[in-house]
Write a protein that binds this ligand. Structure first.
Ligand code: PLP
Length: 440
């Protein structure tokens, strides 16, 4: 329209489609988190290209959601899609023996990621963390897994505990879903992130019962908690001395922050690593990799009987996308480009908060950032994020959406950048934010 503003509720085609979706699909979207996008109006996109999303009725948005993060090179990336199409032409799934593509992607992971000596492919981050824990349980003969508050590792019962515990449930094992197996929840221990003393307390009490410690080295489901170097070092020491496999969930950080994983950046090598999301620029491909002796348990012989299974594991369009995505990230120094651009968004937003005298902070790392209202200081633990002003963030997201900037209105999530974002997007984002913050 003439003002350049959009009204997400004033769109007949989109409303009609969303109404039909609500009748047919629980919550009107494939997952509860996708349904949260409705908080700022109807959402129905039907195409995406580079940094732009287009709705079913032709409205265009600059995308900072990027499918929850996988789209690191931009939507409909020519090279990646061409590689996937070539794989489609050769048949998408054989389900026997090996393939050239799986060997070539495995070689790249082993060469790039410090902890990865062998690798198994699957289709999602949740599968990867599930497999990692099964491998660790088999190797140790133990059942308990330690995770950290605010870390998300997928939807399965082993890990969907204390991601977002309410303030009065912090410190407990808080199941995130109804219907979870109580034995799984009981075997999931929870500790605060970035707290070496609490970590050592857990090891003092349960060190001999632990099968694994799993963490996001940067918890990104609460925006961004950066790890204290001392925390990661103590974590590595204490897991090593108790012979407990350390699992880095690099589902978000791997290939988005660095093709070597943030384990390379932080100089701490885990025993197992999970990657997904940016590995395939949006295609369903994921992997668990790590120490050869742990992975070899899944070798398929009866002596070492860890079952890692999945009809679609190693599906070829995903692997073709992964090979091309990895090569592009490495050859084009995508990490350097995105780090620089991310710094400029963070600096710009920080200046705007100051100009408008708005209480809040900007958090993030490289291509990820988020603005959190009503809180200050650098967040280090889940509890540091708890006080943020959710309503204000939703109002910000709604105002930004009216001005053509799309991201999820969930105040704990994050903005992502891709290789397709540039100066022009930065400028429009900051102009829009200037106007919206003026109204908040
Ligand atoms: N681990 C992390 C850090 C994630 O952010 C996610 C998803 O957001 C997962 C695991 C689960 O991945 P998926 O949604 O592909 O199952």
């Amino acid at each position: 329209n003439d003002s350049g503003m959009t009204d997400p509720n004033d769109d007949a085609a989109m409303s009609e489609l969303v109404d039909r979706a609500r009748e047919l699909i629980p919550g009107g979207a494939q997952t509860g988190l996708r349904a949260q996008a409705y908080e700022t109006g109807d959402v129905a996109f039907d195409s995406a290209s580079e940094a732009t999303l287009t709705t079913v009725s032709g409205e265009r948005y600059t995308d900072y959601h990027l499918g929850f993060g996988p789209i690191v090179l931009g939507h409909a990336h020519d090279g990646v899609d061409k590689a996937a199409r070539a794989a489609i032409d050769d048949g998408v799934l054989y389900g026997a023996g090996t393939t050239t593509l799986e060997v070539e992607v495995a070689e790249r992971l082993v060469n790039l990621v410090p902890s990865i000596e062998m690798v198994n492919f699957c289709n999602s981050g949740s599968e990867a963390t599930y497999h990692a824990i099964r491998l660790a349980r088999a190797a140790t003969g133990n059942e308990k897994v330690l995770k950290f508050e605010g870390c998300y590792h997928g939807w399965h019962d082993y890990v969907d505990v204390s991601v977002y515990p309410p303030a009065d449930r912090v410190g407990e094992r808080y199941p995130e879903s109804d219907g979870m197996l109580s034995a799984a929840v009981e075997n999931t221990l929870v500790a605060p992130f970035n707290d070496p003393d609490a970590l050592e307390d857990v090891f003092r009490e349960h060190g001999d019962e632990l099968a694994a410690v799993i963490l996001e080295p940067i918890p990104h489901s609460v925006g961004c908690l950066l790890p204290e170097p001392e925390f990661l070092e103590r974590l590595r020491e204490v897991t090593e001395s108790h012979d407990v496999p350390l699992v880095f969930d690099e589902v978000i950080s791997g290939f988005r922050h660095s093709p070597r994983g943030v384990q390379y950046e932080f100089g701490v090598t885990p025993d197992l690593t999970c990657v997904a999301k940016a590995l395939g620029n949006g295609y369903p491909v994921a992997a668990v990799g790590g120490r050869a002796d742990l992975l070899a348990q899944a070798g398929g012989d009866n002596e070492s009987g860890v079952v890692i299974s999945g009809t679609y594991s190693g599906s070829l369009p995903g692997l073709a996308a992964a090979r091309e995505t990895i090569d592009t990230i490495v050859e084009e120094d995508v990490q350097g480009y995105l780090t620089n651009l991310g710094d400029r968004y963070r600096d710009g937003l920080t200046d705007l908060l100051e100009d408008h005298a708005i209480d809040g902070r900007v958090v993030g790392h490289r291509s990820i950032f988020s603005v959190q209202f009503g809180v200050d200081g650098e967040p280090r633990t889940y509890e540091d994020v708890l006080g943020l002003d959710e309503e204000r963030f939703r109002a910000f997201a709604a105002g930004m959406r009216e001005r053509g900037q799309f991201f999820t209105p969930n105040p704990y999530k994050r903005h992502h950048l891709s290789f397709a974002h540039d100066e022009s997007h930065l400028e429009s984002y900051l102009d829009a934010a200037d106007a919206v913050l003026d109204e908040l």
